[in-house]
Design a protein around this ligand. Structure first.
Ligand SMILES: [Zn+2]
Length: 233
């Protein structure tokens, strides 16, 4: 057993956490959308997270129309552009955790309007490496806030079985193949009989969400829908 290695790892993650907290305090409080000093999203930028709030449920004309099976429903709050893109980037890469409640609130409001059902929220898990580096899983933070607002339980019911190639390097078919078997239901949780709503930060083709849905159905879920903060075309 490499005790020294373990100690280094533990120390590294402890320092990472401390550094992360220090960074939280050091960050100038500014809007992720327009960089003005103030709240994490200012009153002018916040509405950009909800441009689809009143849109009809379903996929509008001009986007790939099919909801990737086996998903029952697929919803999102905003296109992955402008403020939404910058806010998600700030949460994911700049440690701006204060954005998670705002993004989670947008997810909850969209789902409350457009969602056809579901009794359990499950975040799409980030890779363990990224969670270790960042100190948190952004989709889990978003899902926790959405669940609180929707008064539904949230469970981190999925785990990654292996790391996948970065999806942006792949075309649509390759993305699906890359993800086959990449997720499984966590052995410690019971999703039998549940209608699950997956929560993610950004979706592109929906291949990740579909792979997660397959894993949950394999574990006994009766249906899986999905909602993301933003959709990339
Ligand atoms: Zn702003």
């Amino acid at each position: 057993m490499d005790l020294l290695g373990d100690v280094r790892t533990a120390l590294g993650s402890a320092l990472g956490t401390v550094a992360g907290r220090a960074l939280d305090f050091a960050l100038p409080a500014q809007c992720a959308g327009c960089r003005r000093e103030g709240p994490p999203l200012c009153a002018d930028c916040l509405p950009a997270l909800e441009v689809r709030l009143h849109a009809h449920p379903g996929v509008p004309i001009g986007l790939p129309a099919d909801i990737p099976p086996p998903l029952l429903q697929l919803e999102w709050c905003a296109p992955f552009t402008g403020v939404a893109r910058r806010a998600l980037h700030a949460l994911k890469y700049d440690g701006e955790r204060r954005l998670a409640p705002l993004l989670g609130a947008a997810v909850a409001r969209r789902w409350a309007r457009a969602g056809a059902g579901g009794d359990l929220l499950v975040p799409v898990p980030a890779s363990p490496d990224r969670v270790r580096d960042r100190g948190y899983d952004q989709a889990a933070l978003i899902a926790a806030e959405a669940a609180r607002r929707l008064r539904l339980p949230m469970l981190q019911a999925l785990e990654r079985t292996r790391s996948t190639t970065a999806q942006f390097d792949l075309d649509r078919a390759a993305r699906a193949a890359n993800l086959g078997g990449a997720f499984q239901a966590a052995p410690s949780v019971d999703v039998r009989g549940r209608w699950i709503v997956l929560v993610d930060d950004v979706m592109t083709t929906g291949a990740t969400l579909a792979a997660c849905a397959t894993a949950l159905l394999d574990a006994g879920a009766i249906g899986v829908s999905a909602v993301a903060v933003a959709r990339e075309r």
